[in-house]
Design a protein around this ligand. Sequence first.
Ligand code: ZN
Ligand code: ZN
Length: 408
Amino acid sequence: MGEGILVVICDGLGDRPVRALKGASPLEAATRPNMNHFAGKGACGIMDIISPGVRPGSDTAHLAILGFDPYKVYTGRGPFEAMGVGMEVRPGDVAFRCNFSSVNENMEIVDRRAGRIRERTGELARALDDWEFEGVKVFFKEGTEHRGVLLLRAEGLSPLVSDPDPHEEGVRPHECVPKAPEAALTARVVNAFVKRSYEILRDHPVNRDRIKAGQKPANIILPRGAGIMPHLPSIKERFGMSSAALAGVALVKGICRVAGMELLEVKGATGGLDTDMGAKMEAALEALEGHDMVLVNIKAADLAGHDGDFRMKANVVKRIDKALGVLRKGLPRDVHLALTADHSTPCCAKDHTGDPVPLAIFGPNVRPDNVRSFGERSCAQGGLGRLRGMDLLPVLLDLAGRTEKFGA
Ligand code: ZN
Ligand code: ZN
């Protein structure tokens, strides 16, 4: 029997020097005795999640950390967008990103974003959700603001269809055309869905209210960017490990689910800034009793980074560190812990960047190096050097004695 693996991903933790922090990053500026403990007793490095300079999304980043090549499995954003809004996505499902849009009585698009609608899209979406056409199950869910996701489920669907969204205003929606013979059914369903969306949304109470209030009606759905959910071999199939994930955000949950991980819910884990991180760590320790590998995602640092709020981000680091005290006390001796991030979200950029992230691996079989603190600069001096996200699992599996020899 091999040993356990715990991966703690502090979403968006990596950052750049902040002048107001005397050139330190929010991570480096924060009090973090527990992070420093794991880095000091462990082996450190930095990680290019996808490859140097590539700005990862949280979806492609988690795919890479779970050992998938995102360039091979991430063929279209649709299915991952669907996960992001909390839809269940199965292999073979075809999904589209969509806009709530406005058309006039001549079916010409007057606003691709329906007056940047923000409210009550859930009511509109429910009127379109859960339909069936030619044996294809059709699901629709609202996203943020004017966005939504269309998901089709049946045998033999194909993402090789053109976009009904013409990507410009003043014209009619395009017909969805199959780019290959096997995509004919998919195209028919998409065309029927777009037509039906107009028939149902045109006189929907939400739109009557919008028109009364002088706002543009969200009276049609325009799909684009079709993608098919590939079958991803599970962690069990690839490595023979049982695995579980603790994550608050729908997108990360979705990735973990398609990787075959069991999703565990934690009371108080919201995925927001107020999330109960200590409870998550307690739950991770508990999950390690029944699973070989556990992944924990803590979202808060990414949110602070997107807000450009370096003080808040440093404060988030302090809170994460306090929660890591739970692991410092209770981590079983035969478990290897990886403490890292899925990408950098520097406060100066307010978005994800390609900067490598710090990594510390702690556990019985690591070769400690001379790094004594957990930070972007200190970890760059460590014995793990510079890895790619896809390298993380092999390194952990090797430490845990779970790999097969390559060669004789
Ligand atoms: Zn992320
Ligand atoms: Zn982010």
